[in-house]
Design a protein around this ligand. Structure first.
Ligand code: NAP
Length: 252
């Protein structure tokens, strides 16, 4: 994708990967608009990055998505890049009766969120040169982590949805990029100090290099191997990976 001169909307942006991407694109001379629910976290990011702007968004609320899209189109008519980054990750118990609130919140945020946000902006983006839609999935969409089964399933679904969008939008000049991060040190699942995860700055640097290279799937090491796993023998690695998780430090 073009690395400068874009107008970029990022869901999330007050923390973690969204904040890292927002700052990296801001430094390259793009107009970046971040969003989220926690006003103070958005403000901290704005204070550190003069010229960046923020809007409030609750991606689980269809009215909030519509209001955000209306504001974006009215106030930032050059908007040409949407980064669907907001997500939540919770431990669940796929071997027990489901916690309906947890399942609903995870699916509404991680899957319906990007579907609805893209839908609200799609006709606008079709009219823009150099338009890009970025969906942040996860390596866990390819090798599920059993203790976060709903989360892993939403990321597999987002991968599938991205493939459909890429096919359908190929004649409209919109590039569909999927970022499937490996484990990265962020607040997600309380992983800021997690030794098994890669540092956030290392992940952002690798991601920006791959954005520049123009690939459709951004896979920062060690994501490539997990991405390559699905196939008729995928259970060997699913079992090995989940044994490693089960035998490691407890979460939470
Ligand atoms: N860290 C990893 O290891 C990893 C690996 C693979 C994929 N990912 C994906 O990367 C993305 C970013 O996660 P992260 O690691 O950077 O974690 P994070 O720091 O917790 O960031 C998640 C962001 O999503 C926003 N968000 C959550 N619910 C929202 C809602 N209802 N409405 C609007 N915004 C909402 C949060 O902002 P507010 O709370 O202020 O709303 C927050 O800024 C997620 O999609 C995650 O699944 C992360």
């Amino acid at each position: 994708m073009r690395m400068t001169g874009n107008t970029i909307f990022i869901t999330g942006g007050g923390s973690g990967i969204g904040q890292g991407l927002a700052e990296a694109f801001h430094k390259l001379g793009n107009q970046v608009i971040i969003s989220g629910r926690r006003k103070e976290r958005l403000q901290q990011t704005l204070d550190a990055n003069p010229g960046m702007v923020a809007i409030e968004l609750d991606i689980t609320d269809p009215d909030s998505i519509q209001a955000a899209a209306k504001t974006l189109i009215a106030d930032y008519p050059d908007l040409n890049v949407l980064i669907n980054n907001a997500g939540v990750m919770m431990l669940d118990h796929a071997d027990k009766p489901v916690d309906d609130a947890l399942a609903l919140s995870t699916v509404t945020t991680n899957l319906l969120g990007p579907i609805r946000m893209t839908s609200a902006l799609i006709e606008h983006l079709k009219a823009k040169p150099d338009a890009v839609i970025v969906n942040v999935s996860s390596v866990l969409g390819f090798v599920p982590m059993a203790v976060t089964a709903v989360y892993s399933a939403t990321k597999a679904a987002l991968h599938s949805y991205t493939l459909s969008q890429r096919y359908l939008l190929r004649g409209h000049g919109i590039q569909l990029v999927e970022i499937a991060p490996p484990w990265v040190r962020t607040e997600l699942l309380d992983s800021s100090e997690e030794e098994r995860a890669i540092p956030l700055d290392q992940f952002i640097a690798g991601t920006m290099e791959q954005f520049e290279s123009g690939v459709d799937e951004i896979l920062v090491s060690p994501a490539e191997a997990m991405r390559a796993n699905p196939g008729p023998n995928e259970h060997a690695w699913v079992n090995q990976f989940n044994d490693m998780i089960a035998n490691g430090p407890a979460f939470g």
